[in-house]
Design a protein around this ligand. Structure first.
Ligand SMILES: *Cc1c(COP(=O)(O)O)cnc(C)c1O
Ligand SMILES: *[C@@H]1O[C@H](CO)[C@@H](O)[C@H](O)[C@H]1NC(C)=O
Ligand SMILES: *[C@@H]1O[C@H](CO)[C@@H](O)[C@H](O)[C@H]1NC(C)=O
Ligand SMILES: *[C@@H]1O[C@H](CO)[C@@H](O)[C@H](O)[C@H]1NC(C)=O
Ligand SMILES: *[C@@H]1O[C@H](CO)[C@@H](O)[C@H](O)[C@H]1NC(C)=O
Ligand SMILES: *[C@@H]1O[C@H](CO)[C@@H](O)[C@H](O)[C@H]1NC(C)=O
Ligand SMILES: *[C@@H]1O[C@H](CO)[C@@H](O)[C@H](O)[C@H]1NC(C)=O
Length: 795
């Protein structure tokens, strides 16, 4: 049983797999499997039905796990019991078999079995049992629950105890739509349809299998009677284990027909005599439960809480990723302006209370024709992106979103299409769709890989994710749409997820150079922007040039209470502060949003103030108290976030060489370094700093492949792609390059080696300026891979 990262390997992008089917089954962390292995190697767990010490150990451990399951859902043991099953489907079947259905008999209304049409196959399948017993089946369209609600007439007979069952999914496993948890009380109290139309006792089955994988569920708020779940959807491991959480008073009315080992208080084998166990869990767990899997569950809970800090963090993180993907995918267009994706969703990913971390869609070609999901699946396979395609065992949702009628459904079957096959189009109409879904270990890079794949394979005029984002940011910059820069600091628990993951270097794949191209002379290999001066880099593949440099580069800075700029020299931890455009993380404990637009009228709390950058006076706008106190908490000293006033131009008289308008940067619009120079210096250092680590310390905007170390020092002009730059001098270096940009710790390298090898001349990299054409001040785009044509100073 090799415990060497077998599952966590999937997370490792070095292996190239992008796993986006967490709603099918999520991934398990390596530590969980390791801890479980060591537990069962250390202890002997016997059959829980025996009474020897190893059996006791099993029993007691299982008791602890039962309690933990209840605790996770905030369900007190006095109100709820846990019945372990082999999965959600088995739990549903258990309810169907033991519910005290009353058949309809002449005139007297019998029990009703009601379910939302968006229910999972496993719920609809209960019909197979109930209809045989004469129970009325009533499918309910999601909108009807509230639209057909009415007050129950006063004085109605309350003695009617005919039991009815209403089933609905907390979250659709098709679209990720979340249905109101308030339906539970609404149905139980007969305020909502269909309960308001039928007398009797209404019980609610909340299918939480999909919901609980990324969201908290509090049973004090929605006291459903039956809650079936599967644990692999929450933890990835163990599989083959689920549970039915049942309200103790609802369990009282369940019938026991079949009886298996462990369920009886007493029975006779020669006579029809059986008295079930008084204990609910014992009564319904036929035979020996999968006790080692239940023990594994304890480790699953441990790992989940340790890595993420809890379900609220998971919900926030995964919803942020889904929302980001939704925003970019929905704005992706072909060259002719036609959209690339038709996304099946009710809302617009406004809130994690109505939408889970699932995105369901079909792709279209430039004529608007649907591209079959099998085609998408095959291509995704080539890119090692794992998605789910088909109808997801949820015909109801599939029909309603795709607009397939019952007749068409039957025609499709005649055309040879059965569930799970690869006939994805019948007469040009889709028979299913594509689903991507996220888990707590998913990353922003997973979203980008997926979006790049769609752009490369299915968009007529291919665009990159950054081009798409630039378009959005450009409109945000010019007319002030409601876009934000989201800033993230590593005090949120979710950031620990990253620590269990591959290193920064392997995640950086999306801007990765292919090693053959390094041989070629002079290419642009990386573009970095630093939205907040002295804070972390934001790497992009394509980016817009603005009048002050790369769009948003050094647009903001952090100052102390006296308005003095903070740099990494005094506060190395600034490098741990990260950003995201298009707020891929919703604001929460570890993130904050500041508006991208620079309009003081719209943000009255932002006031004009003065500051200095390298001796130049700059007029700035304070970004408000919220950002200030958030940053002060992290840095442990009073500080504020400011940005340059939109109508202010820095007086550059002191710097005639670079007399171009500047952002809050120190010296010049752009800083460029060459890999050849980095490799040179690094080989002289006695510390093992890898090239990427050294590159990040020099905080350049542009990184190029060079031929000779430091030859760029002799250049006077260069052209990158189609844009012309002037070399405006060399960049002097100080101890700031000693700050490791991944950890915020300081080392003497690479300054020591640099100083030695350069004969005391400690410069590294060159400053560039760029004069953009006046008529289109942001027309130029820089892209990774562009060829560079340098010109040296004539002799
Ligand atoms: C996955 C799922 C099920 C079925 O769970 P199994 O583990 O296959 O038994 C039922 N309902 C929903 C909403 C699901 O997501
Ligand atoms: C389950 O996990 C908890 C928390 O780590 C631990 O305290 C407890 O001992 C574990 N239970 C068993 C029976 O292993
Ligand atoms: C029933 O038994 C289970 C398992 O033995 C135990 O955890 C639970 O507390 C018991 N429930 C009641 C109501 O006694
Ligand atoms: C911003 O400009 C774009 C294109 O010019 C326009 O479509 C959009 O409606 C504008 N948004 C706002 C908020 O004015
Ligand atoms: C931007 O941030 C503000 C304040 O946090 C928030 O109200 C708004 O919804 C955010 N906008 C977007 C597009 O996320
Ligand atoms: C623009 O400049 C004027 C003064 O010149 C100032 O009052 C105003 O607040 C500035 N606007 C912004 C957005 O900074
Ligand atoms: C730069 O130019 C100087 C003077 O012409 C020359 O000595 C030096 O070798 C050149 N450096 C590189 C790296 O080409």
């Amino acid at each position: 049983f090799s415990h060497h990262h077998f599952n966590s390997k999937i997370n490792n992008h070095n292996d190239g797999i992008t796993y986006l089917d967490h709603a099918g089954a999520t991934l398990y962390p390596e530590s969980l499997v390791r801890d479980f292995c060591s537990d069962i190697s250390r202890n002997i767990y016997g059959n829980p039905h025996s009474h020897n010490p190893s059996s006791r150990l099993t029993h007691d451990t299982m008791e602890g796990v039962r309690f933990r399951v209840l605790q996770h859902f905030n369900a007190p043991p006095e109100e709820y019991s846990v019945i372990f099953t082999s999965g959600c489907t088995a739990a549903l079947k258990l309810v169907a078999e033991s519910f005290p259905w009353r058949p309809q008999v002449e005139g007297a209304a019998g029990s009703h079995f009601c379910y939302l049409t968006d229910c999972h196959t496993s719920v609809v399948g209960m019909r197979g049992l109930t209809s045989g017993w004469g129970v009325v089946t009533l499918p309910v369209i999601p909108q009807e629950v509230e639209s057909r609600a009415k007050d129950v007439a006063e004085g109605e007979d309350v003695t009617c105890q005919t039991p009815h069952l209403f089933c609905y999914p907390a979250q659709s496993n098709f679209s990720g739509r979340k249905y109101p948890l308030s339906h539970v009380r609404g149905i139980q109290a007969r305020r909502l349809y269909p309960a308001c139309e039928l007398r009797g006792r209404w019980l609610v089955l909340l299918d939480a299998a999909s919901h609980v994988s990324c969201s908290p569920l509090n049973l004090q708020d929605c006291p459903a009677d039956f809650i079936p779940i599967s644990f692999y959807k929450m933890f990835g491991f163990p599989t083959g284990l689920g549970a039915l959480l049942v309200r103790n008073d609802a369990a009282g009315i369940l019938k026991k027909t079949y009886f298996g080992g462990g369920t009886a208080a007493a029975y006779l084998s020669g006579e029809h005599y059986y008295v079930h166990s008084a204990n609910i869990s014992d009564r319904f767990e036929d035979g020996t439960v999968s006790f080692l899997d239940i023990i594994a569950l304890n480790h699953s809970f441990d790992a989940l809480y340790k890595i993420t800090g809890g379900m609220h963090n998971i919900q926030q993180h995964t919803f942020g990723l889904a929302r980001y993907t939704y925003m970019l995918l929905s704005s992706l267009c072909h060259g002719n302006g036609r959209p690339v994706a038709r996304i099946y969703t009710e809302g617009q990913f406004e809130s994690p209370s109505t939408q889970g971390a699932i995105l369901n869609f079909n792709l279209m070609d430039s004529r608007g024709q649907i591209i079959g999901y099998s085609q998408v699946d095959r291509m995704a396979g080539l890119y090692n992106i794992h998605v789910r395609t088909g109808c997801f065992c949820n015909t109801g949702a599939c029909q309603s979103f795709l607009g397939i009628t019952n007749q068409q459904m039957k025609r499709n079957l005649q055309a040879g299409h059965v569930c799970g096959d690869s006939i994805d189009l019948v007469d040009g109409q889709p028979t299913g769709s594509v689903r991507v879904s996220f888990g707590y270990m998913s990353t922003f890079e997973d979203c980008q890989r997926f979006l790049n794949f769609v752009a490369e394979c299915f968009v007529e005029k291919p665009v990159t994710v950054d081009q798409l984002m630039m378009q959005k940011l450009k409109t945000a910059a010019s007319n002030g749409s409601n876009q934000n820069l989201t800033i993230k600091i590593p005090n949120g628990e979710i950031c620990k997820v990253v620590e269990e993951k591959p290193t920064e270097a392997s995640l950086r794949g999306f801007g990765r150079r292919d090693s053959n191209s390094q041989r070629e002379a002079y290419k642009l290999t990386n573009i970095y922007i630093y939205p907040i001066k002295s804070c972390a880099a934001y790497e992009v593949h394509d980016w817009l040039l603005g009048p002050l440099g790369l769009l948003y580069d050094r647009g903001w800075m952090v100052v102390n209470e006296n308005g003095v700029c903070l740099s990494q020299k005094r506060e190395p931890r600034l490098c741990l502060i990260q950003f995201f455009f298009l707020s891929h993380c919703p604001a929460g404990m570890d993130t904050i949003s500041v508006p991208l637009e620079n309009n003081i009228q719209k943000h009255p709390s932002h006031r004009v103030c003065q500051s200095k950058v390298c001796g130049d006076r700059v007029e700035t706008v304070d970004c408000g108290d919220e950002a200030a106190s958030w940053l002060s908490d992290f840095l442990g000293q009073p500080c504020r976030l400011i940005r340059q006033s939109s109508n202010f131009t820095r007086d550059m008289k002191k710097r005639p060489a670079t007399s171009m308008p500047l952002s809050l940067v120190n010296e010049a619009q752009y800083l460029m370094i060459s890999r050849a120079s980095v490799e040179q210096d690094y080989s002289e250092g006695d510390q093992l700093l890898d090239t990427q680590n050294v590159i990040s310390r020099f905080r350049a905007n542009l990184v190029i492949t060079g031929v000779e170390p430091f030859e760029e020092d002799n250049w006077s002009h260069l052209i990158i792609g189609n844009t012309q730059f002037v070399v405006a001098g060399q960049c002097g270096r100080c101890q700031m390059v000693g700050v490791d940009q991944e950890t915020g710790t300081k080392t003497k390298e690479p300054l020591l080696s640099l100083s030695a090898s350069r004969g005391g001349k400690v410069t590294f990299g060159v400053y560039l300026t760029c004069q953009l054409p006046k008529d289109s001040p942001t027309a130029s785009v820089l892209s990774v891979g562009s060829v560079i044509k340098p010109e040296s100073e004539g002799p």
